[in-house]
Design a protein around this ligand. Structure first.
Ligand code: SF4
Length: 82
């Protein structure tokens, strides 16, 4: 039997939709835009890479970042994990 550690990387607890009853983000206040810093996300990825943990998926809410911020984040996430 083979086992491994795996992480889900969340980039926000904020979502602009917030009307999906099953989703935790729908319970979050509308006024607070809770997003992680890019540094925090990249640090988590670096630690996962060093420990050889797989990344299960990357997730967060709609419009947590601007398109430019999100593109930059994804580029940097790719650089860290490549
Ligand atoms: S993150 Fe997805 S599932 Fe959750 S409230 Fe936003 S759109 Fe709905």
């Amino acid at each position: 039997m083979k086992t491994w550690f795996e992480r889900a990387i969340f980039f926000s607890w904020y979502c602009s939709i917030r009307d999906c009853a099953y989703c935790y983000m729908s319970t979050q206040p509308k006024t607070k835009k809770a997003v992680r810093s890019q540094a925090s996300i990249l640090a988590e990825l670096i630690i996962c890479k060093k420990l050889k943990w797989k990344i299960g998926f990357i997730s967060g809410g709609i419009k947590a970042f601007s398109k430019r911020e999100f593109r930059d984040l994804l580029k940097n996430m790719y650089k860290v994990t490549a």
